[in-house]
Design a protein around this ligand. Structure first.
Ligand code: NOJ
Ligand code: CA
Length: 713
């Protein structure tokens, strides 16, 4: 009797007060929303009949609140709908993107407070997106978020590809470990002596990639991060439950909202094939359509930079080692001694323009062109750069005219020194100055702690700053490539003038001690989920001491791998990062960088395993050409794939840039081979990649004369 009674009590406790199911269009994913005892909203996600996210709680704690928005919630309304449409991105991995999902919106009311909250779920064939919406209501107008309490309950101790939680930087190498090992490893996963520390020993950043022991890939991220704080994840590593952890502002608050408003979407991609994660367009689909009417001025771009020479320490951003002060209005450098290694001199810039023009590069970035650098280094000052005044050895007008004559677009650089306030003060003048001088694109940067002090790179205020700059730039028809800004969340769908972001460990770290050789086989599964990265590939001289004898860093990838990055790391903005003199030594390999397209009609993910290998084939926009890229991790590996993506009854010439048999990222990175073969859609390739290596292939329709003497694959 007692037993039956206990069972009954359990049944009551476990039986949800409300439950509703949502299925993906193909039926493979099922999301279950329910209200548990106590009025606690939860969701659960299954894939092909297996639970992938266990029952996970939803809700908020608000500041100074009488009652948290986590319980006593009841369903007052639900509505479902189906959506299937297509849209064409201004630039992208494919010409047309399908947006296909089933939706469930649940309106909740909190008993006692009478406050309302809507949870909107969209279930796609490749994952789930959901967000909170606060409708207009008298009981909740202005409010401050103390904590978002969204859970992602994992089913086991999965393998994760993670970087430690940090409010100010994402520029870390990834660690691959079990979830249960994050606590032990996180201290060492951050840069030694960095000012940043993980906010929790089990805190990680998104996009977080995971793999279960039974081969299911799960990716957690967010979409449409607008007027909200960026979400990290904090793991309860006893129960393997992640919970949202928003970036606080200087006062510790996690968001200042005013109803009606919505949160960003929380996304969970799921598949048993890693290639589906790379092909998923959930993040873009959950963003608003393009808000820029005339997008004709937004153009993909291949660019070089007076940049790598500063990054490697061969030359300097600053003009002098003395300390003139912009803040005190000292802009007259007549009596200031130059340091002799300033990179952005008119003469040096012209040398790059010549090379860029000769090799068909679209643009040239020049860093260190403007006064303020010597003032800034090591100083947290509010006024450093005015974004207008060139150093005396950089003749902006002469460079402008020279570049115009040679058909090279100059790319502006605005290092803000983290002072968002200073940048906003100068923004209109700086953008007008760009337009007056023929600049259409700017690389912005946010190195150092955010000023005003106490704010973080990823809090709501600073997120709003990046968005403000992006929207103002659109008014000026300016394209933005933001470094050190918040990780992208698909906003480029709405504002496609956001042609690049860094927001991860880019190539610069190859000159700051090196990155892991498999880094580039992880980034497309993590950082690139939210949008393109200005990874700045194309390093041909891996031994950095050849550029600067005082820098013993090493670029931990082979030259063939560097070529492949132009295909595997999708971006409408691609840099050829190395110096002209290094490209001149390997012009046969440089040919691939010259040829490769930036914008695509189609992308086929041929092979993929996070941290191990990625092979992608892409068809150039509006052309019959294809490009293939493979990046490989630490272990040598042979790819085998078919060219069945090519058009039938056509013969193409494939130029294969591959690792030589003795290539190795550490000991022999410049060993590559180039061979030409004839291919059709029946051809198959078996191609070995070295440790930290890869290959790149250009495939062009050929006539009889071009095919003469070529072996058929
Ligand atoms: C860090 C950026 O990532 C790098 O590309 C830039 O050159 C420096 N900041 C200086 O602005
Ligand atoms: Ca950076």
């Amino acid at each position: 009797m007692k037993h039956i009674f206990t069972t009954l009590v359990w049944l009551v406790i476990l039986t949800p007060l409300f439950s509703q199911e949502l299925r993906s269009p193909d039926g493979k994913m099922v999301m279950n929303f329910s209200i548990q005892q106590g009025g606690v909203p939860t969701y659960q996600l299954s894939y092909k009949g297996k639970i992938v996210v266990k029952s996970s709680k939803l809700g908020f704690e608000l500041k100074n609140d009488v009652k948290s928005l986590v319980n006593d919630l009841e369903v007052v309304n639900t509505s479902t709908s189906a959506h299937d449409s297509s849209w064409e991105p201004v630039w992208g991995e494919e010409k047309t993107i399908r947006n296909h999902y089933n939706e469930l919106a649940v309106t909740l009311n909190q008993t006692g407070t009478n406050r309302q909250l809507i949870v909107r779920f969209r279930l796609f064939n490749d994952g789930l997106g959901f967000r909170y919406e606060f409708p207009l209501q008298s009981g909740l107008v202005y409010f401050v978020i103390k904590e978002e309490r969204t859970q992602f309950a994992m089913t086991g101790d999965h393998t994760a590809y993670w970087i430690a939680g940090d409010y100010d930087t994402q520029e870390y190498d990834y660690t691959t470990s079990r979830l249960s090992e994050i606590r032990k490893l996180s201290k060492d996963a951050v840069t030694p002596n960095a000012s940043q520390t993980p906010f929790s020993p089990t805190g990680v950043q998104t996009a977080l990639m995971m793999k279960t022991d039974d081969g299911i890939y799960i990716n957690l991220h967010e979409a449409a991060l607008i007027n909200y704080s960026c979400m990290h994840l904090n793991l309860d590593d006893t129960n393997m439950i992640f919970e949202s952890w928003l970036t606080p502002d200087a006062t510790g608050d996690k968001g200042n909202l005013q109803a009606p408003c919505v949160t960003p979407w929380r996304t969970i991609m799921v598949s048993d094939d890693a290639r589906d994660i790379l092909a998923s367009r959930i993040t873009y689909n959950l963003n608003e359509p393009c808000k820029i009417e005339d997008t004709s001025w937004i153009k993909p771009m291949k660019y070089m930079g007076v940049w790598w020479e500063m990054i490697t320490g061969k030359s300097s951003w600053s003009y002098t080692n003395d300390l003139p002060s912009v803040q005190l209005g000292i802009t007259d450098y007549t009596n200031v001694k130059p340091n002799g290694i300033h990179g952005a001199t008119t003469e040096n810039v012209k040398r790059y323009i010549d090379f860029a023009a000769e090799h068909g590069m679209d643009g040239l970035l020049v860093e260190g062109w403007n006064i303020g650098w010597e003032d800034w280094f090591g100083n947290e000052k509010d006024y450093v750069f005015d974004f207008l005044t060139p150093y005396p050895d950089f003749n902006l007008v002469e460079v402008r005219e020279y570049a115009k004559q040679k058909g090279v677009k100059m790319v502006m650089h605005h290092e803000t020194s983290g002072s968002t306030r200073n940048y906003e003060r100068h923004l209109d003048k700086a953008f007008q100055f760009m337009k007056d001088n023929n600049y259409d694109a700017v690389k912005t940067g946010y190195v150092g702690p955010i000023l005003p002090k106490g704010y973080y790179h990823y809090d709501q205020w600073t997120v709003n700053h990046y968005q403000y700059v992006l929207e103002r730039a659109a008014e000026y028809k300016i394209m933005i490539n933001a470094h050190e800004a918040v990780r992208p969340t698909g906003i480029a769908r709405t504002y496609p003038n956001l042609i690049g972001n860094e927001s991860a460990r880019g190539t610069e770290f190859q000159a700051f001690g090196g990155s892991k050789p498999n880094h580039v086989a992880i980034l497309p599964f993590t950082r690139l989920i939210g949008g393109p990265m200005d990874y700045t590939p194309g390093v041909f001289e891996m031994d950095i001491s050849k550029l600067n004898p005082n820098n013993d860093s090493h670029c931990n990838n082979t030259l063939a791998n560097q070529l492949a990055l132009y295909v595997t790391m999708y971006s409408p903005l691609q840099m050829a990062a190395d110096l002209p003199e290094n490209y001149s030594r390997f012009l046969d390999a440089f040919q691939f960088i010259k040829d490769v397209a930036l914008d695509w009609d189609e992308s086929k993910y041929l092979e993929a395993e996070p941290g191990q290998y990625i092979t992608v084939a892409r068809k150039a926009k509006g052309k019959g050409e294809w490009y293939v890229g493979n990046v490989n991790g630490e272990a040598p590996r042979t790819s085998i794939f078919s060219f069945d993506f090519l058009e039938a009854n056509k013969t193409y010439v494939a130029t294969i840039y591959a690792d030589a048999p003795d290539a190795h990222y550490k000991t022999n990175p410049q060993a590559y081979t180039i061979r030409k073969v004839a291919v059709t859609n029946k051809s198959k390739l078996s191609q070995r990649s070295a440790p930290g290596g890869g290959y790149a292939i250009s495939i062009v329709v050929a006539d009889k004369a071009q095919l003469k003497g070529l072996k058929k694959l």
